[in-house]
Design a protein around this ligand. Structure first.
Ligand SMILES: *Cc1c(COP(=O)(O)O)cnc(C)c1O
Length: 378
């Protein structure tokens, strides 16, 4: 019996590999490996897809967040509000520019920022809010933008896990001032290596982002700021051009997989299923359940046992994320002890992401469901 992996990129390559390989070979033969028309064309296509005037390719989703902060000149003395329940890159970039990440607890249903607690975290130093559309599930951007507008704050959307997700009919990344995307291979639109992009609706801002991306330079060998070298290379852009054509179809398949899980896993005591935000359309990067431990049993230890039992049955699951950011060693200087964000702390001991990718078959999902029921003893 073969294992069911959390994600299987080989199946995607089997389906579209010939086109991807041809596009890569074309770049290799062209001799234009950095910049050039392939990158420019992809940037335009991605801007069109998201629905913004501009897209700026860069080296990673992390750099996309970093460049957005730099373009707004956010730095020492500034505060940026974000969630403690995310990948480190979100807060890391805030720290990297010299600003302070200010965490707000999450909503246990959506796993996203609890917007009812947002206003209380705003201070005179707050410059921006960095919402994360975690696991593909969009944040309520209507509510978030209204709070941001009221307080004159910049909104930098971390769309790394949510390419193709929509809020109220609009693509994420087109609603805030910046949309920051990752093309890391495990994301909904993944390259064959690292890559990222920023989307904006402001050509002046786009020019600034390009300047910071290219060593602080608008004109070669003339430098107005300390920038970085963060390029999306032509080979990755060629791969992404092919894959962008399939993105909506893949996201629909992910939604179908999610619907099947909802049916297969309905009414199992001790399992809370993910609830997509009703006003949005999730990109289902992950299907993340919460495991409720029996009374008197340590939540994380129970989750580990369920995970091990799944693994014995050939079902490989993942924990995103086991340790909230405020409890990480690197953030001990923020002095946010255990108890600071109770929902995040609770949920991080309960979450388990089960296999989720467009090509997952019904038979495999049935095996996952069977193994999970067995693991929780029902
Ligand atoms: C993947 C990810 C990033 C970083 O993207 P990279 O391309 O790996 O640098 C940022 N934020 C979140 C929420 C992510 O999942």
């Amino acid at each position: 019996m073969t294992n069911i992996p959390p994600l299987d990129l080989k199946r995607q390559y089997q389906a579209i590999g010939a086109d991807v390989s041809a596009a890569v070979l074309e770049v290799l033969a062209s001799g234009a490996y950095i910049g050039g028309s392939v990158v420019g064309n992809f940037e335009q296509q991605f801007a069109n897809y998201v629905g913004t005037t501009d897209c700026i390719g860069c080296n990673s989703g992390t750099d996309a967040l970093y460049l957005a902060l730099r373009a707004m000149k956010i730095g020492a003395g500034d505060e940026v509000i974000t969630t403690p329940f995310t990948f480190i890159a979100t807060a890391e970039t805030i720290s990297e520019v010299g600003a302070k990440p200010v965490f707000v607890d999450i909503d246990p249903t959506t796993f996203n920022l609890d917007l009812s607690q947002l206003a209380a975290a705003i201070t005179p130093r707050t410059k921006a809010i960095m919402p994360v559309h975690l696991f593909g599930n969009p944040v309520d951007m209507t509510k978030l933008m209204s709070i941001a507008t009221q307080h004159n704050l910049i909104v930098i959307e971390d769309c790394a896990q949510a390419t193709g997700a929509k809020w109220n009919g609009k693509q994420v990344g087109s609603i805030g001032h910046f949309g920051c995307f990752s093309f890391f291979p495990t994301k909904n639109l993944g390259a064959c290596g690292d890559g990222g992009a920023i989307t904006v609706n402001d050509p002046m801002l786009a020019a600034d982002l390009r300047m910071y991306r290219e060593h602080g330079s608008r004109q070669r060998y003339y430098h107005e700021a300390i920038g970085v070298n963060s390029r999306l290379d032509a080979i990755q852009a060629a791969v992404l051009q092919i894959k962008l054509q399939y993105l909506d179809r893949w996201n629909q398949q992910r939604a179908t997989v999610a619907t099947r899980y909802h049916e297969l896993l309905a009414n199992i005591p001790g399992i809370i299923l993910p609830q997509p935000n009703p006003g949005g359309e999730s990109a289902w990067n992950q299907y993340t359940i919460r495991l409720i431990a029996p009374a008197g049993v340590d939540a994380a230890a129970y989750r580990d046992r369920v995970r091990a039992s799944l693994q014995e049955a050939g079902v490989i699951s993942m924990i995103y994320y086991p340790l909230p950011l405020h409890l990480q060693e690197v953030y001990q200087d923020l002095h946010l002890p255990l108890g600071s964000f109770p929902v995040t702390e609770l949920v991080s001991n309960q979450v388990l992401s089960i296999p989720m990718f467009p090509e997952l078959t019904i038979e495999e999902q049935q095996r996952v469901a069977y193994a999970l029921k067995d693991a929780v003893g029902s």
